[in-house]
Design a protein around this ligand. Structure first.
Ligand code: NAD
Ligand code: DAU
Length: 350
């Protein structure tokens, strides 16, 4: 029997990781700790909510006392840490929240794990889920490897880089059995519609402008979220302590090219004439400090642990669009309330 704490399990990636672990490992007890910020939604987990090995804990990783007490009470064997503030644009307007959640929250979890495991680390693991954005930006060529020097540019990526450093420091200083992965852009069901793909699908639905930052030439490497969840499973179970693994899709797209594909797929599925949604494309002021290109070399993970993405992008994007178009209520629920203020602040009254 293993007791695993998954933080941020009600968010986008976390919900796919919780579902995978609850269903694949009926002998494990899975505890999902989430504060349910704007990005966390228990709807994402309604299919596993009643499973006997699933437990939800409402709580905040920035509350040090609460975290210590929780670890003392539950005596977790493992932690998979995903809880974070995750949106770059929000980090530009509200950087402090990113420091508090992503850095202080992570250190609270490290302290609590260290306190309950004492120096007996047999069978224990602290897995920190991080991002490729810590490596900065690439030019037209090359890839991020696990050896690439950290060079974060946004408050979000700086906070994630800092949390990665703390995780490694707890390994080097206290011997805490940590492991880290740095992943590229995820897409798929349950992503909050502030991120490019769900935002644009939702805007197309409502015939709203599609705000392309700058010239649309920035490049991202897209991975279907369930493939990230399987990578996390493989790394959690088989990765050696102290190691780092890059996770990516080998699937680079310039934003504007991806947006045009997205427009075509959504038009087809909505029965609209081809070309309708492309007319919504609107070039807007670029994101401050906008990283030009991310591209991950995940050959270490493929070579050492045998993981590779299972989905081609064409299939993944069809599945993704299908999911949002058949879960309009989900989209409408998460875009009510405060979302309206966020949208207005970011994109004006369009
Ligand atoms: P998300 O914003 O969708 O979800 C974050 C979750 O964390 C939410 O459920 C939220 O309620 C919870 N949370 C936030 N603050 C909390 C707090 N103080 N205490 C407890 N819970 C809190 O994020 P995501 O896109 O699913 O990303 C998950 C993790 O993966 C993050 O650490 C992110 O940096 C990393 N990551 C994301 C991507 C991506 O493309 N989305 C890629 C690589 C790495
Ligand atoms: O690379 C991994 C990272 O990917 C994760 O660590 C982050 O949590 C996740 O949010 C994502 O960051 P990005 O900034 O790359 O994702 P986003 O969806 O915000 O933007 C993708 C690209 O699209 C980026 O170049 C900015 C651009 N964009 C985004 C939005 C929201 C636009 O052109 N218009 C928009 O309205």
């Amino acid at each position: 029997m293993r007791k695993i704490l998954i933080t941020g399990g009600a968010g986008f990636i976390g919900s796919h990781v919780v579902r995978l672990f609850v269903n694949k490992y009926p002998d494990y007890e899975i505890y999902n700790l989430d504060k349910l910020t704007y990005a966390g939604n228990l709807e994402n987990l309604k299919d596993v909510a009643k499973k006997p090995n699933y437990h939800f804990i409402l709580g905040d990783i920035t509350n040090d006392d609460f975290i210590r007490q929780l670890f003392l009470k539950e005596q977790f064997d493992g932690v998979i840490h995903l809880a974070a503030e995750s949106h770059v644009d929000r980090s530009i307007t509200h950087p402090n929240e990113f420091v508090i959640t992503n850095v202080v929250g992570t250190v609270n979890l490290l302290n609590a794990a260290k306190a309950i495991w004492k120096d007996n680390y047999e069978g224990k693991r602290f897995y920190h889920v991080s991002t490729d954005e810590v490596y900065g930006a690439l030019g037209d060529e090359g890839y991020f490897t696990e050896e690439t020097r950290y060079d974060p540019h946004s408050p979000y990526s700086a906070s994630k880089a800092s949390s990665d450093h703390f995780v490694r420091a707890y390994h080097d200083t206290y011997g805490l059995p940590v492991i880290i992965s740095n992943c590229s852009n995820n897409y798929g069901p349950n992503q909050f519609p502030e991120k490019l793909i769900p935002l644009f699908i939702n805007n197309i639905r409502h015939n709203k402008p599609l705000p392309v930052y700058g010239k649309g030439v920035n490049v991202r490497d897209w991975l279907y979220v369930e493939d990230h969840a399987t990578a996390i499973d493989v790394i959690y179970h088989n990765g050696a302590t102290g190691r780092t693994f890059n996770v990516g899709g080998h699937n680079e797209w310039r934003n504007i090219d991806l947006i045009k594909v997205l427009c075509k797929v959504v038009d087809r599925k909505l029965g609209r004439e081809a070309g309708t949604s492309e007319k919504l494309i609107t070039y807007v002021t670029d994101r401050a400090g906008h990283d030009l290109r991310y591209a991950i070399d995940s050959s270490k993970l493929q070579r050492e642990l045998g993981w590779r993405p299972s989905l081609q992008f064409e299939e993944g994007i069809e599945k993704t669009v299908d999911w949002y178009l058949s879960n309009k209520q989900w989209l409408d629920n998460v875009t009510s309330g405060n979302y309206q203020n966020y949208y207005k602040e970011m994109y004006g009254n369009r």
